[in-house]
Design a protein around this ligand. Sequence first.
Ligand code: GDD
Length: 329
Amino acid sequence: MSPAKKALITGITGQDGSYLAEQLLDLGYEVHGLVRRVALEMPEHRTERIAHLLDRITLHPASMESYPSIFHLISRHEFDECYHLAAQSFVAESFRDGFSTMNININGTHYMLAALRELRPKCRFYFAGSSEMFGKVRETPQRETTPFYPRSPYGISKVAGFELTRNYREAYDMYCVSGILFNHEGPRRGFEFVTRKISATVARIKLGLATELRLGNLDAQRDWGHAKDYTRAMHLMMQYPEADDYVVASGESHSVRDFCERAFGEVGLDYEKYVKVDERFYRPAEVDQLVGDSTKIRKQLGWQPEYTFEQLVKEMVQADLESIEKSRQ
Ligand code: GDD
């Protein structure tokens, strides 16, 4: 029997990192995670999403802002695959502090690539690209060949990370892939993102703990899928003999308003009675509509999402209702 493959996941404590870690463990991988030291110091808060995996994975403290810490970690383990998911991933925050976003997202990616090149040039590398790179879209639907037009410091940082990844692939003959993932959600999504903000508030309103939901632009349209389907796509890409870039998307676009209507409808309420538009949640520059064409990954790698939009919304609302009810017992 061949030895288990060793994977390193940066950002393992996040939504995607936690689903990917589960999937890789199920496939027999030895899973390692790079985490900030504070996550190890406050595990009850920072490692909540992977609490059920802690005895099966190995966590290493390091910082995306420190090349020596990344170099040290990579020098000590013979990783076969590296999934680089760590990032400042909240678009609105990137307008508030573009410098930190750029530093973590661009330099962090560069440090990972440079350390792998130096120490483990055969290790496969996955970069978490984003549909935010398409920004003010140049064509619809967006595919691998669609030009980028980012609309936020976050989007700009992801374009830079994407280009760095491609450049390492071409310049140093390393196996480097980028997944251009459209929005992907689920019950483990952070509360700052619109889908979870909606599902959590719907549950609170239903249970009498809140009376309204304040949101920004209700007309923005996104192509929303389930994070579990998208982390499966990450792993698939890394198994193909040649490194390439792939769009991962459902191909359906829905507005924030549609999401609200469906989420409130799930508990028998009319969203119009509870949703209030609040200027504070508008962005200085908005991405109006995203919808992806994922033909390439479907045809080449046989990827298919299992969740529909309707199932995604239902699962998120039900999970938030259950979690509040449990916390009350
Ligand atoms: N977060 C948030 N909060 N968004 C709101 C709100 C609100 O109160 N009201 C309206 N929106 C709108 C935003 O303006 C945006 O158009 C849309 O809802 C989605 O916002 P987010 O859920 O914050 O996600 P995002 O599309 O900006 O970015 C996410 O998807 C990218 C992939 O396209 C993030 O996960 C990124 O990290 C990811 O790369």
